[in-house]
Write a protein that binds this ligand. Structure first.
Ligand SMILES: [Zn+2]
Length: 267
């Protein structure tokens, strides 16, 4: 469901960053507003969407710049619930960038997205400290492992800065970790697949089973411990779609590589 590149629309917003073409599909903004809907204050919502845009762009840039390091020509599409970093193939390298991507390359490309977010979050935390604020870490308020105070106390004037920093940290740290879970088609699912394929002849099948069980476990955890609707819904769906892919594998004689191959991933 995340994997196909959406068609172009008249409302696409296109630009280049660090030489990588970026296209933002209108559904990106729509999904962003939907995700931030808990906030009643309209301006906080705008801040949330801006934080989401910046963070997902940085994440995809992590993938894209790593692809470029390996000689590929990446572009980025921001779409519902995330983005895609796609390596374009042309007449001269059809299949070469994707099918011939080694395991190590694929793992590095997959890990580079969350890593870019973690680095960005670390820079924000350093900046908070450098400007006279305070940062503390504790697991008490999961999923927030951090606590921060800016140099200026919370007032109606500084509230928006707090909202911006908290949104950026939340997306770059928490979503980055979620993205590393071994569930298809998250980055962690791609990594798990490569590791399993390097270890076992039926590695793809093993990684799909891991995806089914890990997805189900996260859905259960979200439902019972986090009182979240979104997480169980999303991970329940991902577990189910991994299960469906498994059925295809056992039924269809195994199409090595399968639909998940190819440099397309959701965040
Ligand atoms: Zn990613």
């Amino acid at each position: 469901m995340f994997l196909a590149e959406p068609p172009r629309t008249p409302y696409d917003f296109s630009f280049n960053v660090l030489g990588v073409p970026v296209r933002v599909h209108p559904y990106f903004w729509l999904a962003g507003v939907f995700l931030g809907m808990g906030d009643s204050n309209g301006f906080i919502m705008v801040i949330w969407v801006v934080a989401l845009f910046v963070s997902i762009l940085i994440h995809e840039l992590g993938h894209a710049l790593m692809m470029r390091r390996f000689g590929e020509t990446p572009r980025i599409v921001l779409y519902m619930m995330g983005g895609l970093a796609i390596a374009d193939s042309n007449a001269w390298n059809i299949g070469s960038s994707k099918a011939a991507r080694s395991s190590t390359k694929q793992i590095m490309i997959s890990a580079a997205g969350p890593a870019a977010g973690f680095i960005f979050a670390a820079l924000i935390l350093l900046l908070i400290g450098a400007t006279g604020g305070v940062v503390e870490f504790s697991g008490a308020a999961f999923p927030f492992f951090w606590n921060f105070e800016l140099a200026q106390p919370v007032t109606s004037d500084t509230l928006y800065w707090y909202a911006l920093v908290q949104s950026l940290l939340y997306i770059n740290i928490f979503w980055g970790l979620v993205n590393l879970l071994p569930v298809y088609p998250l980055d962690g699912g791609q990594i798990s697949r490569e590791l399993c394929m390097a270890q076992f002849p039926d590695g793809v099948v093993k990684s799909l089973w891991i995806s089914v069980w890990a997805g189900a476990a996260v859905a259960f955890y979200g439902l019972t411990r986090m009182q979240s609707i979104f997480i169980p819904l999303m991970f329940g769906m991902l577990a189910y779609s991994s299960y469906q892919t498994l059925q295809q594998y056992s039924g269809g004689g195994g199409f090595r590589g399968g639909p998940w191959r190819g440099g397309r991933r959701p965040w």
